[in-house]
Design a protein around this ligand. Structure first.
Ligand code: ADP
Length: 531
C-alpha cells in the first residue's frame, strides 16, 4: 500500500472538516435567511396595509383616501375594492387586478406567470362616526366615518344646554338619526364642545356594530421573488466563494501540519544521526517551546543519556578487566623467561613455577569475580529464587567465617526472618561484606553483624571498626573496578566486591547504604523492603 504522509493526512482531514463545516453552516444560513426574509416581507406587507387602512374614510358621505395613503411604496402595491370585490382604485400590476380569493387578515401566496407574490387583504368596516353639529342651529356642519379596530370605551360627557340652541343629548340624537343607527347599537366615545370657523359646535363620536356605510377591501401585494432573488444572488456568489474558502483552508492546514511535522522530522533526523554516528554524547535540540514535541525530544535525550552512560561503563569495564588480567600475564611471561633462560637451575625453575602458580590463582579469582558479576548483571545465571530463612543463612555464614588479624565477629540476628531470595547470591553478598570488613579492618578489631526488622523493613548490617572511607569517595565504592588507594589498605582486591553486592541487592529489591568515618570504621546496610 502506498505510504501516505502524516502531513498529507492532516491537510486532507482539516480541509474536509472545514469544507463540511462551511457547507453545513452556509446551507443552514441560507435556509434560515430565506425563511426570516420571507417572514419579514409578509410582516412588512401586512403593516403597510394596516397603516393604509387608517388613511381611508367617508367624508361627508364620500369615500376618500387621505394624503398619507400610498398606493405604491417600497415594492408594496395597494388597491381598494368594494364590498362585492369590484376594483375601485389602486396601483396593482394589471395581471393582479382580478378581485378573487379575498381573505381577511391573512397573507396568501399567489403565482402569476413566472412570478410569485404575497397578498394581504383587509376588510374595512366604517364603524367609527364623527359629527360636528352647530350648537345653535342644530345643523350638521361636517361628518365622517372611518375604521376603528379598538374596543370602544364609552365616554362620560356633560349634558350642556344652549339657550336658543340645542343640548349635548340633542346633538347625539341628531348624529345617530343622521347615521340611521339606533341608540342601543352605538357606543358614544366622545360628546364635547369644539369650535369651527368662529362658531361653536358639538363634536359627537360613536362606534357602531352595523355601519350604514358599505365596507371596502384593501389588498396589498408584493413580489415574493424579491427576497428569493437576493438569496439566489448570494447562492451564486457562494459557488465561487466556497472553493476559495476550501483553498484557503487547505493552504492553512498544509502550513499547520508542515510546521508540526517539521519538528518531528527534526527529531527523527537527529535521532538517526545519533544512532548511526559514533558520538552518543550528541543531543537533540529541544528548542524553547515546552510542548508535547519538546517532551518527545527530551524523552529521546534521556534515552540517549542512559545509553551513553551504559556504553561508557561497558567500555570502562572491558578495559579495566583487560588491564587487570594483563598484569598477572606479564608476571607469568617474565617468570617463564626466567625459568627457561640458559643456566637456570632447578631452584630457579621452582621459584618461577611458584610465582606462576600464585599469578594463576590470582587470575582465577579475578575471572571468577568477573563471571559472578557479569552473570548477575546479565541475568544469564539460572537463579533459584524461593522463600528462605535469611536468619539461618546469615548465622551459618557467620559461624563458618573465621576472621584473620585477630578480629572478633559478633552477631545479633533476629530469628525467623524469611525472604524471597536466591541463597547462593545472598551468601556471596554476605561473604563479600565480611571479607571487606576483615580486609579493611584493624588488627584485633571487631565485626558486628546484625539482622533485624526495622519499621517494616528487613535490615542486614555489617559493621567494622576498621580504616573507614573518605567522604569524597563514598559514592564511588559501588562502581565496578573501583578501589581506593591500595597503599591505604594494602589490600589486593579487584574492586568488584561491592559492585556485586549492589547488583545482588537490586535483584532482591533492596537498597544499599554505607556510613563511614575514616579511622573509625564503616557500616554497610542492605535494606530489604517487605514485598
Ligand atoms: P575491593 O575490596 O576488591 O577493593 P570492593 O568493591 O569490595 O573492592 O570495595 C571497593 C572499595 O571500597 C575498596 O577498595 C575499599 O576502599 C572500600 N571498602 C569496601 N569495604 C570497606 C570497608 N569495610 N572499610 C573500608 N573501606 C571499604
Amino acid at each position: 500500500m502506498k505510504k501516505i504522509s502524516f502531513k498529507a493526512k492532516i491537510t486532507v482531514w482539516i480541509t474536509l472538516l472545514i469544507t463540511a463545516v462551511c457547507a453545513v453552516s452556509f446551507t443552514g444560513l441560507m435556509l434560515m435567511g430565506r425563511r426570516v426574509a420571507s417572514d419579514n416581507t409578509k410582516q412588512f406587507l401586512s403593516s403597510a396595509v394596516i397603516s393604509n387602512a387608517d388613511e381611508i374614510e367617508f367624508k361627508n358621505g364620500i369615500l376618500e383616501a387621505e394624503d398619507d395613503f400610498s398606493f405604491y411604496n417600497d415594492g408594496i402595491y395597494t388597491a381598494i375594492y368594494s364590498e362585492s370585490f369590484d376594483y375601485i382604485n389602486g396601483e396593482l400590476p394589471v395581471s393582479l387586478i382580478d378581485g378573487t380569493g379575498f381573505e381577511n387578515g391573512t397573507v396568501q401566496s399567489r403565482e402569476k406567470g413566472e412570478n410569485s407574490y404575497y397578498m394581504y387583504d383587509m376588510r374595512i368596516d366604517f364603524n367609527r362616526m364623527e359629527y360636528e353639529i352647530d350648537v345653535f342651529s342644530g345643523q350638521i356642519t361636517e361628518y365622517e366615518a372611518n375604521h376603528s379596530a379598538d374596543r370602544p370605551t364609552p365616554a362620560e360627557y356633560k349634558n350642556l344646554e344652549f339657550e336658543n340652541g340645542i343640548s349635548t343629548a340633542k346633538a347625539i340624537e341628531i348624529a345617530l338619526d343622521h347615521a340611521g343607527v339606533p341608540s342601543d347599537e352605538a357606543t358614544i366615545t366622545a360628546a364635547e364642545l369644539t369650535g369651527y370657523t368662529g362658531r361653536q359646535a358639538f363634536r359627537v363620536e360613536f362606534i357602531c356594530e352595523n355601519s350604514p356605510y358599505d365596507s371596502v377591501w384593501l389588498r396589498g401585494i408584493t413580489e415574493a421573488e424579491a427576497t428569493a432573488d437576493a438569496f439566489d444572488a448570494i447562492t451564486n456568489t457562494s459557488v465561487y466563494v466556497l472553493p476559495v474558502f476550501v483553498i484557503i483552508a487547505a493552504a492553512g492546514a498544509y502550513i499547520i501540519s508542515r510546521s508540526a511535522v517539521k519538528k518531528i522530522k527534526d527529531i527523527t533526523l537527529s535521532a538517526q544521526n545519533i544512532s548511526t554516528g559514533s558520538d552518543l554524547s550528541k543531543r537533540i535540540d529541544t528548542g524553547k517551546s515546552r510542548d508535547e514535541i519538546a517532551e518527545l525530544a527530551e524523552t529521546f535525550n534521556g534515552m540517549f543519556e542512559r545509553l551513553h552512560t551504559s556504553f561508557e561503563s561497558e567500555k570502562r569495564f572491558t578495559s579495566d578487566a583487560s588491564h587487570e588480567l594483563r598484569t598477572p600475564l606479564t608476571v607469568i611471561k617474565a617468570e617463564c623467561d626466567y625459568a627457561l633462560r640458559n643456566g637456570a637451575d632447578t631452584e630457579d625453575m621452582r621459584e618461577a613455577l611458584e610465582s606462576v602458580n600464585g599469578q594463576a590463582d590470582k587470575m582465577t579469582a579475578l575471572v571468577n569475580a568477573l563471571l559472578a558479576i557479569t552473570r548477575a548483571e546479565q541475568g544469564t545465571d539460572k537463579f533459584h529464587f524461593e522463600q528462605a530463612d535469611l536468619s539461618i543463612l546469615t548465622k551459618e555464614i557467620c559461624t563458618a567465617f573465621s576472621p584473620e588479624k585477630g578480629i572478633t565477629l559478633e552477631t545479633d540476628i533476629q530469628e525467623n526472618i524469611t525472604l524471597y531470595m536466591d541463597s547462593t547470591l545472598m551468601s556471596r553478598l554476605i561473604e563479600n561484606l565480611l571479607s571487606n570488613a576483615v580486609k579493611y579492618g584493624k588488627e584485633n578489631g571487631y565485626i558486628k553483624v546484625s539482622l533485624r526488622e526495622e519499621k517494616g523493613k528487613t535490615v542486614l548490617s555489617v559493621k567494622d571498626n576498621g580504616i573507614g572511607i573518605e567522604k569524597e569517595i563514598l559514592p564511588k565504592i559501588w562502581e565496578r573496578f573501583y578501589r581506593a588507594d591500595s597503599a591505604r589498605s594494602g589490600s589486593e582486591g579487584f574492586g568488584l566486591g561491592l559492585a556485586f553486592v549492589k547488583r545482588t541487592a537490586l535483584m532482591h529489591g533492596a537498597e544499599t547504604e554505607v556510613t563511614s568515618a575514616p579511622g573509625e570504621g564503616s557500616e554497610f546496610r542492605i535494606i530489604f523492603s517487605k514485598n
